[in-house]
Design a protein around this ligand. Structure first.
Ligand SMILES: [Zn+2]
Length: 304
């Protein structure tokens, strides 16, 4: 009787073993610590031996990369905190090299790399303005990079560096400078637009607007917008005051002529409805050390 029952137990075990093997599942499969389901499109190769042999690769080699990509957050309308940086030249040209308004390309790259390494993501000025008006999704560490005037070195030197880090910028162009000597061409501006850049107006002639006559102000503010829109085929929604100089009338006309925002100079990084027609931009100057550059920025180190 005892022998029979032992025999029966053995028989049941063997049948069980064979049945589970037939179902394509190894009876030793519980030894594999990480059974990750295959994606539905992947077809698992039917290897008959695999059901009996335990695979020696039990340590998962996949490392999560989620912490590398900075996440976004949603904010209400009314206020946005983001530094807006202002550049003019990014050049090795001897004419501009020593100018306070020039950043050598290597230094510019060092600054962009720091922003990238510290989790900053670029937004355009109109994205920032829309967030003030309506709220919405914003990177955890947003930064707006702007260029003034329309210098060709911005296209030749700054654009490739920004592209390398997945950054975009907002370019304020003086209407009559476009296609001029050492200035950006219409086609080059269109190329920037294709690459996600925003274009704004920096007036028609770059005169300080408080000293422009009442009759000529519409030319500088309104007609420069219309002219750039016709040439480039995109809406021009933002205006940069030449030299950051304004008076009440200049601001009033800018808001009346169809712009959604305007930018000037200053150190503030928090922008509201009260400042939407004079968003402050931090001018990055030639003699800034990396420490000075970093001191202008609100966030550094790993994102929490
Ligand atoms: Zn300017």
């Amino acid at each position: 009787m005892k022998q029979t029952s032992i025999f029966t137990v053995c028989l049941v075990l063997i049948i069980g073993f064979l049945l589970s093997a037939c179902q394509g599942q190894s009876p030793l499969s519980f030894l594999r610590p990480t059974e990750t389901p295959l994606p539905p499109t992947a077809t698992a190769p039917l290897a008959p031996t695999a059901t009996v042999t335990v695979t020696p690769t039990i340590t998962p080699t996949f490392a999560p990369t989620a912490t590398v990509t900075p996440s976004k957050m949603t904010i209400p309308a009314g206020s946005v905190t983001a530094p807006i940086l202002l550049y003019h030249h990014v050049s090795t040209n001897s004419d501009t090299q020593d100018s306070r308004y020039n950043i050598p390309p290597e230094k510019f790259e060092e600054q962009m790399k720091w922003l990238f390494d510290n989790g900053y993501q670029t937004i355009t000025i109109s994205e920032l303005a829309d967030l003030i008006y309506e709220g919405g999704e914003i990177p955890q560490r947003p930064v707006v990079i702007t260029f003034d005037d329309g210098n060709i070195d911005n296209y030749n030197n700054a654009f490739p560096i920004l592209k390398k880090y997945g950054f975009v910028a907002t370019f304020y162009i003086v209407q009559i400078y476009m296609n001029g000597r050492d200035m950006i061409s219409t086609d080059q501006v269109k190329d920037l637009i294709k690459n996600g850049w925003e274009i704004g107006s920096h007036s028609k002639t770059h005169e300080s607007l408080p000293s422009v006559s009442e009759e000529l102000l519409p030319e500088e503010i309104r007609m420069s917008k219309i002219n750039l829109e016709e040439k480039l085929g995109v809406p021009i929604n933002s205006f940069a005051y030449p030299y950051g100089e304004i008076n009440e009338n200049v601001v009033r006309l800018t808001s009346r002529y169809g712009y959604k925002s305007a930018v000037g100079l200053g150190e503030s990084i928090t922008h509201t409805m009260q400042s939407i027609f004079y968003l402050q931009r931090i001018e990055i100057e030639n003699d800034f050390s990396m420490e000075t550059f970093i001191s202008k920025l609100p966030w550094s180190g790993p994102i929490q």
